[in-house]
Design a protein around this ligand. Structure first.
Ligand code: IMO
Ligand code: MG
Length: 389
């Protein structure tokens, strides 16, 4: 391998999980480096469907060590729930199989509440977040108001930090968003026991990953979301609150960019998006419905139907650049089977001007009309086809 970053090239849900599972067969370690439980990864093990949002699915492989890096925001309740789920399958009884970075920030109940109340207040103008508190947790991290794992697992320090930050967040919930504030005691009551459960896993993840790099181990850096949801390179403000691009694999796990050998961009044969924001190749007629139904395009995290459209090469060109992609995997090509004609977006028309670069300014992007190249479709089932011809 030895160290490969898997990223989504579109708006998430490209099928990263499936490719991660394939690569995990060869991996020694799987590292998540950004996002939180806004991601969803559906697995079928022995015929039973399991959905993980936080812990890498590599946890189900015997020899793999899973790492949750410093760039991830962790909801302790979700993390413990997933640990229990994995334990119920007879795994994770040994320490050292899961490492949680001591520098990863927490998602606390007030983050979730702020996320949800804010979206409600925005009404039509909402971002369409997953409501998991991701944005507010990253806001607190940048505002130096966050609480990290290393503080969480030390009850005295956690209480001290919580006492420092809670009043301001409560004021915001009450006065700006019209919600009910949290009491210090109710948070402590639920979260202190969770900290006990997580303590054995909290470690210097950066050091672990660096050692694995030096030993030339096969490391898989598992990205969540997609390039167009990146905080800097996506369709701001209709984005998530972390960097989803490959560079974050280094930053969000505590190693330098020299640790990375390959960047594989996962690309769906058409485009989908959950949540609001411009989407130039979106389809709302029968073809869109075909893609949604046949492709099973419903969110793994929120169950929301995904908006569907044709593949967009302008967006993908941008993804190749900002991720420094060395390869790509095309997923769900079989979903296009049966469509008599396919359209591929090769450029945008912006007020009569042809654009070949993806505009990240949403005011421009929403005025862009796709320039399509038509292609003949096929009827045959693609399953089992191994040769391009
Ligand atoms: P995976 O890893 C698709 C979207 C949300 C919303 C925006 C901001 O399964 O590909 P957030 O809750 O992150 O503040 O919401 O980002 N979003 C995703 N869309 N797949 C995901 O993850 C997503 N995670 C967040 O729908 O538009
Ligand atoms: Mg998803």
């Amino acid at each position: 391998m030895p160290s490969v970053v898997i990223v989504g090239t579109q708006w998430g849900d490209e099928g990263k999980g499936k490719v991660v599972d394939l690569f995990t067969e060869k991996a020694d370690a799987v590292v998540r480096f950004q996002g939180g439980n806004n991601a969803g990864h559906t697995l079928v093990i022995n015929g039973i469907k399991t959905v993980l949002h936080l812990i890498p699915s590599g946890i189900f492989h015997k020899r793999v060590v899973c790492v949750i890096g410093n760039g991830v925001v962790i909801d302790p309740a979700v993390c413990v729930e997933e640990i229990e789920l994995i334990r119920s399958k007879g795994l994770l009884n040994k320490s050292g199989k899961l490492l949680i970075s001591e520098n990863a920030h927490l998602i606390l109940p007030y983050h979730k509440k702020i996320d949800q109340l804010r979206e409600k207040q925005k009404g039509e103008g909402k971002i369409g977040t997953t409501g998991r508190g991701i944005g507010p947790a990253y806001e607190d991290k940048a505002a130096r108001m966050g609480i990290r794992m290393t503080e969480f697992v030390n009850p005295e320090i956690f209480k001290k930090r919580l006492a420092e930050v809670l009043p301001e967040r409560n004021l915001y919930i009450e006065k700006i968003l019209g919600g009910t504030p949290f009491t210090f005691d109710e948070i402590c009551k639920i979260y202190l026991p969770l900290a006990e459960q997580l303590r054995p896993f909290v470690a210097n993840a950066s050091s672990f990953v660096q050692q694995a790099v030096l030993k030339k181990k096969n490391i898989l850096f598992e990205g969540a979301q997609g390039t167009s949801l990146d905080l800097d390179h996506g369709t701001y403000p209709f984005v998530t609150s972390s960097n989803t691009v490959a560079g974050e694999a280094a930053c969000g796990s505590g190693v330098g960019p020299t640790a990375i050998d390959e960047v594989i961009g996962i690309t769906k044969a058409y485009t989908t998006r959950v949540g609001s924001g411009p989407f130039p190749t979106e389809l709302d007629g029968a073809v869109g419905q075909h893609l949604q139904k046949k492709g099973g395009e419903f969110g793994a995290t929120t169950g929301r139907p995904r908006r569907c459209g044709w593949i967009d090469l302008v967006l993908l060109r941008h993804a190749v650049r900002v991720n420094g992609m060395t390869g790509y995997v095309l997923t769900k090509l079989d979903i296009l089977s049966g469509l008599p004609e396919l359209q591929v977006c090769v450029a945008y028309d912006y007020k009569g001007k042809r654009l070949s670069e993806f505009p990240t300014n949403v005011e421009i992007l929403k005025e862009c009309r796709p320039v399509f190249k038509k292609m003949k479709g096929w009827k045959e089932d693609l399953q089992g086809i191994r040769k391009l011809k």
